[in-house]
Design a binder for this molecule. Structure first.
Ligand code: BGC
Length: 340
């Protein structure tokens, strides 16, 4: 199965990491009269709101007219999204960009979109590798453009491990006592971040202790707040590190931490993923230990480029990944500047 890594024109020096080269601009395709249908799993998601805004602007920059770009809110409902996809097919859109409500639905969606002869770009929620392999085997115009969630989990774990056990071990038991707040468990981003964050701490040679089983916060701030409020009441000073699969839940966790009279960096640590504006500010002022930049700009632009390339008759690798970037106090100002 062929995989491509890409990045956008971010200054590598500025963000302190090696980004991949800009992909060769998609072959000139006349897109002024092309219609693109976009399905977002739910508009009420902070990260997907940023992603969606960038996607729309970039498509217009590439020559699509605003009237020919239709974006639908799946409202986190599989049936609702399925009807939206059917309507796009009936309407004869020229390309589809889909953020699935449920990635396990990819085979069904792929089959009907391919049967209608419409090129398809999946974003954000990656289908199973076996499904991607099926696209490659059949030579279909289907691709996934996103990030490798394993990398974001690893970066979260490294941010914590880099603090060193002496700084983390407030209760002196020699272990990293933590809780995990997970996103939607059906989503590979949530599965991989949960697994690889802890793996990275262990691989750095630190012993970990999960204070409880993983709890599901479904990517939502209020859930992060509810879960961590309970954790702080139950585990009190034994709770040393809060891992959240995204920043929205970490922002909720931070409210809980403050309400419990605890202070990040002094008696507890907190990490998220995404690099939402508010989270970057929290990293700058020390109220979040770190986050991981989930590059919505590269992903949105990459998804649009893939759709344009399909329209120009160019085959695409079935898996197209861009890099995450670790965000700590050292580079948070730079990331903030980059996103302004
Ligand atoms: C982001 C989350 C978002 C989710 C939606 C993840 O990559 O980190 O913030 O809620 O995608 O699927």
């Amino acid at each position: 199965m062929s995989k491509k890594w890409f990045g956008i024109a971010l200054s590598a020096a500025l963000i302190g990491t090696a980004m991949c080269a800009i992909p060769a601009a998609a072959e000139e395709a006349d897109v002024a009269d092309k219609k693109v249908g976009i399905c977002i799993y739910q508009f009420a998601d902070n990260f997907m709101t940023l992603f969606r805004g960038e996607l729309e602007n970039y498509l217009v920059d590439q020559g699509f007219t605003a009237e020919n770009i239709t974006i639908q809110d799946g409202k986190n409902d599989i049936n609702e999204q399925s009807n939206q996809i059917d309507a796009f097919i009936a309407d004869g859109v020229d390309a589809l960009i889909i953020n699935l409500v449920d990635p396990s639905n990819a085979p069904t969606v792929t089959d009907k979109v391919v049967a209608a002869g419409i090129p398809l770009v999946y974003i954000n929620r990656e289908p199973e590798e076996s499904e991607e392999q099926r696209w490659a085997d059949n030579g279909w115009n289907v691709t996934y453009v996103g990030c490798d969630a394993r990398q974001s989990g690893t970066y979260q774990g490294e941010i914590i491990a880099d603090l060193g056990i002496d700084a983390i071990d407030f209760n002196g038991n020699g272990k990293v006592d933590y809780v995990m707040v997970m996103g939607d468990p059906a989503n590979s981003d949530a599965q991989y971040r949960t697994e690889f964050s802890i793996k990275a701490v262990e691989e750095a040679g630190l012993e970990v202790n999960a204070l409880r089983d993983t709890q599901i916060g479904n990517w939502q701030q209020e859930e992060g707040n509810r879960i961590v409020t309970n954790d702080l009441a139950q585990f009190a000073d034994d709770l040393e590190v809060v891992f959240c699969n995204n920043d929205a839940m970490a922002l909720g966790a931070l409210e809980a931490i403050k309400a419990a009279g605890r202070t990040v960096g002094e008696d507890i640590y907190l990490v998220g993923v995404d690099a939402l504006d508010e989270a970057i500010d929290d990293v700058i002022d020390g109220s979040m230990t770190g986050t991981v930049f989930n590059n919505h700009i590269a992903q949105a632009d990459g998804a649009a480029d893939a759709a344009i390339a399909f329209l120009a008759g160019e085959a695409q690798d079935v898996q197209q990944y861009c890099d995450y970037v670790k965000v700590t106090k050292e580079n948070a100002e730079d990331i903030k500047a980059l996103l302004q």
